[in-house]
Design a protein around this ligand. Structure first.
Ligand code: UDP
Length: 424
């Protein structure tokens, strides 16, 4: 389909580089989202520049992904990994590098879509110095996250203030689920405009495929009962609860149970602390022979893993959206997820999988046992999940909604300058 040329948009994602490998350190859903939004919008005629922080001297300053879509890395702080809780001090540098880029290239982006609160600070600052429409996607909300985790970082107060300012002052917040919208209204502010547009997944890549073929590809035996986890190593992901559930008698009474944990960087990096903690729990429970750690798997190879699994578990303590759940569902695999955040929107309890309370290994073990002992339901839920993703969370549909939102924001901008001459 041919689309008309739209306009220029800057997607700002200070800590989530859309051009890096996904699944290790802090690279996860936000990186995937920004890249997919960027590419899909470019295909619809937008000229998309995705700005991120350069975190390694070997990285290219500009990566061209496709016509009209590139990643631009700005220098701000050390060219090394810096955890997101320690990036705030480098934001003024990021802001000034962004402004220098605009000046050098003779452009002022009429639309800026920021991602995560760090980028919101940059967007709010830019709006003071130039005429632009500001959209924001939170990806994670401090107000909810700090209730779910035990360690609250020093930066928490600043983050909460900026998240509030962002909701009240940006032109539109793109919330990825009704649950997130509810949290924004009850915990952050009653002011500000919110539009719900979910995250999406590539349903060409993640599609219902043959389980046996996938198992053959990965060397997994037919009789194995395979439980899959995909994601980063982060305490808020709840991997500990999953390992404990696998060691529970409800699950252990089944033969040939295997847990495959996909994700995580090589040792020596920040997430290795959580990896070591999880491995220690596996050893303590004597589950070494039943748990496989694959390390990070390329996004393009993940469909085989989802298809090979009997079920995929997303045991998060808090999950703003949770791309893994819709990727698994797209591949026809039922999902057992914590009943938190966006997972309550994507996973329909009893229809596409099961929802359980977070951090409750007994309940999780019970849910796993249920699906293992009800293979027909397991199949039906897998098929229903595939249909739900195709209907509600496929990228073309999601991108069309974002396209319309961007167009309406551009119209607002034009009407500010030439009242009455543009129709929304
Ligand atoms: N992922 C990946 N390879 C891995 C582990 C994870 O490509 O080895 C991807 C996964 O497919 C998903 C993203 O990382 O697209 C994780 O996104 P999600 O929203 O589930 O969690 P987040 O990382 O944002 O907390």
């Amino acid at each position: 389909m041919a689309f008309k040329t739209r306009g220029s948009v800057a997607l700002i994602s200070v800590h989530g580089d859309p051009a890096v490998d996904i699944g290790c350190e802090e690279a996860g859903g936000q990186n995937v989202y920004v890249r997919q939004v960027g590419e899909a919008l470019a295909q619809r005629g937008w000229k998309v520049d995705m700005f991120t922080r350069k975190s390694n001297p070997d990285q290219l300053d500009i990566v061209e992904h496709q016509l009209g879509c590139r990643t631009i890395r700005l220098e701000a702080g050390p060219q090394a990994f810096v955890s997101r809780d320690h990036l705030f001090e480098y934001l003024p540098e990021f802001l000034s590098a962004f402004q220098t880029f605009q000046n050098k290239n003779g452009i002022i982006y009429p639309l800026i879509h920021t991602n995560y609160w760090l980028s919101a600070w940059v967007g709010l600052a830019l709006r003071k110095s130039q005429t632009t429409r500001l959209l924001h996607t939170y990806h994670s909300l401090g107000a909810v996250k700090y209730r779910a985790v035990s360690t609250i970082p020093m930066i928490a107060k600043t983050r909460l203030q900026i998240e509030k300012q962002c909701l009240e002052q940006s032109d539109c917040v793109v919330s990825t689920s009704p649950q997130e919208q509810g949290h924004l209204r009850s915990l952050v502010s009653t002011d500000g405009t919110i539009e719900i547009i979910p995250c999406g997944t590539d349903t060409q890549k993640f599609q219902d495929q043959n389980c046996n073929a996938a198992r053959q590809q990965l060397g997994i035996r037919d009789e194995t009962k395979l439980i899959l986890y995909v994601g980063r190593f982060d305490p808020r992901k709840g991997i500990e609860t999953l390992v404990q559930a696998v060691g529970h008698p409800y699950v252990q009474h089944h033969q040939q149970v295997q847990l495959m944990i996909v994700g995580g960087s090589r040792s020596g990096q920040k997430d290795s602390q959580e990896q070591s903690r999880i491995r220690a729990i596996v050893n303590e429970l004597g589950l070494q022979d039943q748990v496989i750690f694959t390390g990070r798997i390329d996004h393009d190879h993940l469909p085989d893993y989802y298809a090979a699994a009997d079920l995929c578990v997303v045991p998060s303590l808090y999950e703003p959206f949770g791309l893994v759940a819709i990727e698994a569902m797209a591949c026809g695999t039922p999902v057992i997820a914590s009943a938190v955040g966006g997972l309550k929107h994507t996973v329909v309890h009893g229809e596409t999988g099961l929802l359980v309370p977070p951090q409750e290994e007994d309940e999780l073990a019970h849910a796993i046992d249920y699906l293992f002992t009800h293979p027909v339901e397991q199949q039906t839920m897998g098929a229903a999940g595939h249909q739900r993703v195709t209907r509600k969370f496929s990228w073309p549909g999601v991108a069309d909604q974002l396209d319309q939102l961007y167009l309406s924001q551009l119209n607002h901008l034009c009407n500010e300058f030439f009242p009455g001459q543009f129709v929304s």
